[in-house]
Ligand binder design. Structure first.
Ligand SMILES: [Zn+2]
Length: 323
């Protein structure tokens, strides 16, 4: 990727790094309204800063993937008028870099094999981040099939979220050594996302608050791998009126692609932007132009959830039947 050179007034070594944002869906199904909002938030944050916006399909967990979902996601993004920089990135293609980072951590004694099965850990206490690993294999493990776990320490790690404020975790007591390569050989989400964000030069991660709990583990990985730490912005999760997160599992349908404007406007309202009524008759291009010019994430500060009950119309409409 070519970074434009900075022309600072002093002409010294100061260089303003270009903003790079990304949208990183998993191909487990078509885009639903919640994932549309995620795409819109990261897109506006990047475009309002004249930054780059990348689309990265996180296809590193084939057992969870739905055939054809990647194509459906890209088709929907096109229909909604998103314009990404460079080709769509497929995370599975950076497996060599994931493996290299894994090996670096192993070589430095920061990661080690763990032969514990799910059953072995069944009675272990659980924290907010899942099972708190009791350190069974720290002294060595001769199991035939192993995961790779990353060492943690009891230091408090804090980051300052752009919307949710300072967030602190102690990994040793909240997750313990965590998995970075699974027993089935697949690279764990935490490692893949960190390596890819670094490869692509992502400067700010804009995503839903439901993933915020992963951030400290990702920052820990960035530190151990010597990567720069991006900024973080976690926007509220979109929920059903009963409070459940919109997802494929809770029955959120794929967004309609034949008439994108109503849901695009609803996504802006979910992000507490206030598109004027006149935009209802505007083109997709005009809606985006207004949204980029007027984008402000500030109304979302401290917000944890947005219910679709607060939005106009029905954002859970499926593709209408063919005439
Ligand atoms: Zn173990």
């Amino acid at each position: 990727m070519n970074w434009p050179s900075d022309s600072s007034a002093t002409g010294t070594i100061a260089t303003a790094k270009q903003y790079v944002g990304r949208f990183a869906p998993s191909p487990t199904g078509p885009l639903h309204f919640g994932s549309l909002v995620a795409a819109v938030a990261s897109y506006l944050q990047a475009r309002a800063r004249e930054g780059l916006w990348l689309v990265r399909i996180e296809d590193i967990d084939p057992p969870r993937e739905q055939p054809g979902a990647s194509e459906l996601i890209v088709t929907a993004l096109e229909a909604y008028g998103f314009e990404w920089d460079g080709p769509v990135i497929y995370q599975g293609q950076s497996r060599p870099q994931h493996d290299a980072a894994l090996q670096t951590l192993i070589d430095q004694g920061l990661a080690y094999p763990c032969g514990c099965s799910r059953k072995d850990l069944a009675d272990v206490p659980r924290g907010p981040l899942g099972t708190i690993y009791p350190g069974t294999c720290r002294a060595g493990c001769d199991a035939p099939e192993t995961a790779i776990r990353l060492r943690t320490t009891d230091e408090l790690i804090t980051f300052d979220d752009a919307l949710q404020g300072p967030q602190t975790q102690c990994l040793e007591s909240e997750s313990g050594y965590f998995v970075i390569r699974r027993r089935d050989g697949l690279i764990a989400y935490q490692l893949a996302v960190v390596v890819d964000d670094a490869l692509e030069g992502v400067t700010e991660v804009v995503r839903g608050i439901d993933i915020m709990d992963s951030t400290v583990r990702q920052i820990w990985l960035q530190r151990l791998l010597g990567y720069e730490e991006p900024g973080y912005m976690h926007f509220p999760v979109i929920t059903h009126p009963d409070g459940d997160k919109l997802s494929k599992l809770t029955g959120a349908p794929g967004i309609p692609i034949d008439e994108p404007r109503p849901l695009l406007l609803a996504a802006l309202k979910a992000l507490r932007q206030e598109p004027p009524a006149s935009l209802e008759a505007a083109s997709i291009g005009e809606i985006w132009q207004w949204a980029i010019n007027n984008w402000s994430p500030n109304p979302l500060i401290g917000m944890k959830a947005v219910s679709i009950a607060t939005l106009p119309g029905n954002v859970l409409t499926d593709d209408p039947p063919m005439p």
